[in-house]
Design a protein around this ligand. Structure first.
Ligand SMILES: Nc1nc2c(ncn2[C@@H]2O[C@H](COP(=O)(O)OP(=O)(O)O)[C@@H](O)[C@H]2O)c(=O)[nH]1
Ligand SMILES: [Mg+2]
Length: 454
């Protein structure tokens, strides 16, 4: 169903004006179509080379449309594994649309989103995991989201999974061989060895599952909620961090009723700062109450909390932090004392950052502490694999579940039949990541997220 052998075309560059634009054609008629619309500057051009670059005119009904550069990649050595023609034309919107319609008139079809990459996958040029990384590369905004996507494209996850699958399959074949010849009482499996392998695979998968939290946060941006009582200076801090007046600041409590979100890239990491409504348990105002409810749901969604105070009562501050940490045990909470400019004495409490949001004091130190927190997590795992896709995360969790079951049953000396079923299920979940096991629903779900032309 998904495998089409017609010829597709799309504008691969962003819509609008530009110095140049690229139009991509892929499929068995790419070169045939090109021959009908292209007037090469080199005489007797028959496009027989495997790869070539050609200068010439694109014509329509004997009218010259543009002077273009044509790149030809013959199958199978092309992105899609099919014959590909790429036309670099001038970036006029008129020219781009005209070329597209001329090519469609010659029998090509407008490509669906992600169809070039889908064809690359279906033709075995890349696996599913690498296809997803291409979407991430296109979308990457920061150093780290780019880094993870490039590593994934280069096959770090794919190779690991293929390797683990192979080892499991080897054992599975032995188990199934034993099953087939059970009457003959073969004893070829080294169960101790098998248990060791299971332990090793489960450990690796658990590590990947754990890496998702940081991978996902770094890919989509780390969400940082600024919370605290009304009037402590949350909105002032929010504006200072973003370096512009995004949120309204006033000395009236309850000014920020609804939360406001904006993002910023610092040292290769994207942060999504959220200014929240001040927590005031005594309020009777209906709208303020709704705002506070949203503050709590933001805390739940955030990776980091900046808990802002404007008093210096150590006991109150530590107690409040303790209470919040108990409610949200997995959140990283930074305690901040704001309005430091108002106190005359020097105070320095452990694990508390003093700032003056209004005058910009301590802001850099705060940013350093936040970025360092993440940098440390990344450095710990240098050169190791980080996963960023929810799909992989879920598959690995399922695989761990079934492999743990196999391990348990192995210890209980359960019949090999049962081991075999669970091993197969785990293999399926691992295979789904790389696309060795797949179905149409998964594929359309992945490729529909791409833009047209990719
Ligand atoms: N002196 C001083 N005043 C501040 C500081 N930060 C905020 N304020 C003032 O505190 C009041 C409340 O600030 P705002 O940011 O709206 O607080 P929010 O309710 O927590 O969002 C405003 O009058 C701010 O000008 C600071 O660092 N020093
Ligand atoms: Mg506010």
């Amino acid at each position: 169903m998904l495998k089409n052998n017609d010829t597709i075309v799309a504008i691969a560059t962003p819509s609008g004006y530009g110095a140049i634009a690229v139009i991509r054609i892929s499929g068995k008629n790419s070169i045939k179509i090109l021959k009908k619309i292209f007037l090469s500057f080199s005489v007797k051009k028959n496009f027989s080379e495997k790869r070539s670059i050609n200068l010439g005119y694109i014509k329509s009904k004997n009218k010259i449309i543009d002077k273009v550069l044509i790149f030809i990649f013959k199958k199978p050595k092309s992105y899609t594994g099919e014959d590909i023609v790429e036309i670099s034309c001038h970036g006029s919107i008129y020219i781009q649309n005209k070329l597209l319609s001329i090519i469609i008139d010659q029998g090509a079809r407008l490509a669906n989103p992600g169809e070039f990459t889908l064809r690359a996958f279906l033709n075995g040029k890349i696996d599913l995991c690498q296809a997803e990384s291409i979407l991430d590369i296109v979308n990457s905004e920061t150093y780290f989201s780019h880094e993870f996507a490039i590593n994934q494209m280069r096959g770090n996850i794919s190779n690991l999974i293929k390797n683990l699958r192979k080892k499991l399959i080897d054992f599975l074949s032995l188990i199934e061989f034993e099953l087939d010849f059970s009457e003959e009482n073969y004893n070829i499996i080294n169960y101790l060895e098998f248990k060791k392998l299971l332990d090793n695979i489960i450990k690796k998968l658990k590590y990947l599952i754990k890496s998702f939290k940081i991978g996902n946060a770094l890919k989509n941006g780390i969400s940082v909620s600024i919370i605290g009582c009304p009037n402590v200076g949350k909105s002032t801090l929010f504006n200072k961090l973003l370096k512009y007046e995004r949120s309204i600041v006033s000395n009236m409590a309850g000014t920020t009723r609804n939360y406001i979100e904006d993002s910023l890239i610092i040292n290769g990491i994207k942060y999504r700062f959220i200014d929240t409504a001040g927590i005031n348990n005594k309020t009777k105002n209906y709208i303020e109450k709704l705002g506070i409810k949203k503050t709590y749901s933001n805390i739940k969604k955030s990776d980091i909390i900046l808990y802002v105070f404007d008093n210096f009562n150590k006991k109150i501050i530590y107690n409040k932090k303790k209470k919040l940490q108990k409610e949200y045990p997995n959140k990283k909470i930074f305690i901040i004392i704001n309005k430091y400019d108002l106190i005359k004495k020097n105070i320095n409490y452990k694990n508390i950052i003093n700032i003056s949001a209004k005058y910009g004091y301590g802001i850099n130190k705060l940013l350093y502490k936040i970025t360092n927190f993440y940098k440390k997590m990344i450095n710990l795992k240098k050169n190791s694999i980080v996963i960023t896709q929810t799909r992989h995360y879920e598959s690995f969790k399922e695989a761990v579940f079934y492999l743990s079951k196999v391990k348990e049953n192995l210890e209980k000396s359960i019949f090999p039949e049962f081991l075999s079923i669970d091993i197969r299920t785990a293999l399926d979940y691992l295979g789904k990541v790389t696309g060795e096991v797949t179905n149409e629903e998964i594929l359309s779900n992945i490729f529909s997220q791409f833009c047209i032309g990719k």
